[in-house]
Ligand binder design. Structure first.
Ligand code: ADP
Ligand code: ADP
Length: 228
């Protein structure tokens, strides 16, 4: 579903990615684990071309994103959802307005948008909260809004950028359970980056361990992480 080959990214003299190869199979939850500065978020931003790689290719659902002209890239991006550590919600918009936002950008008509927003809020357990504003929600609820918004375009892939790092352990558990359920029910492929081994252990099928802009090891969880 996601194929990254020979990915390099330089910021001036800083080598953020130094030849990364990554393969994420359809329906899999794939983790990228590493310390701060390892290159994880650069990798994630290169996967949806928020960041243009210096070299290498990124193929998502059979489409080489690095070769697409920007107009087609925008369309392809709608099939890639992303969630963020600090949620990145629009504070002036309601919960429903946040979830509706990508649908508005896609030009989905109002009636269909309303139906879809209600369906998405239900999916993440926030039915009835559409009229609230983000400041009225807990951190876990804000992340549920982030997830609903990320799923608005019916993506085949969800990218998660430290989605539970700002949450307490119980809330982290509930968000990881939700991601696992979406993976199982929708067949959603998830690529998540984290610095927390617990996150990887609890929901990932496979993991790549990253350091210094390189992947040091990768494979099935059972092979790489041996619980004592
Ligand atoms: P991680 O997500 O694992 O913490 P990053 O991808 O954020 O790592 O960073 C990898 C390296 O690239 C670091 O040395 C970081 O300082 C550098 N870097 C990341 N983004 C930028 C940027 N926009 N400009 C300059 N250097 C950057
Ligand atoms: P904004 O003003 O921030 O754009 P809207 O109130 O226009 O937000 O709502 C965005 C979308 O969500 C619209 O399609 C609307 O029909 C739908 N919507 C609005 N309020 C709710 C709600 N309480 N529950 C579910 N859907 C809602």
């Amino acid at each position: 579903m996601i194929q990254v080959s020979g990915l390099r990214k330089l910021y001036g003299d800083t080598v953020a990615l130094d030849g990364v190869d990554l393969h994420v199979r359809e329906g899999e939850i794939h983790g990228v684990l590493g310390q701060s500065g390892a290159g994880k978020s650069t990798l994630l931003r290169c996967v949806n071309l928020l960041e243009r790689p210096t070299a290498g290719t990124v193929t998502v659902a059979g489409q080489d994103l690095t070769a697409l002209p920007s107009r087609e890239l925008n369309r392809a991006r709608q099939r890639i959802g992303m969630i963020h550590q600090h949620f990145a919600l629009l504070s002036s918009r309601t919960v429903a307005g946040n979830v509706a936002f990508p649908l508005e950008v896609m030009g989905v008509p109002r009636a269909e948008r309303a139906r879809r927003v209600a369906e998405l809020l239900d999916l993440v357990g926030l039915s009835g909260r559409g009229g609230d504003h983000p400041h009225q929600l807990s951190g876990g609820q804000k992340q549920r809004v982030g997830i609903a918004r990320a799923l608005a375009g019916n993506p085949s892939v969800l990218l998660s950028d430290e989605a539970t790092s700002a949450l307490d352990p119980a809330t982290t558990r509930s968000i990881l359970d939700l991601l696992k359920r979406l993976n199982a029910e929708l067949g959603l492929t998830i690529l998540l980056i984290t610095h927390e081994m617990n996150v990887v252990k609890s929901i990932c099928d496979s993991v790549a361990i990253m350091s210094g802009g390189r992947i040091e090891e990768s494979g099935a969880i059972a092979d790489l992480i041996r619980t004592p």
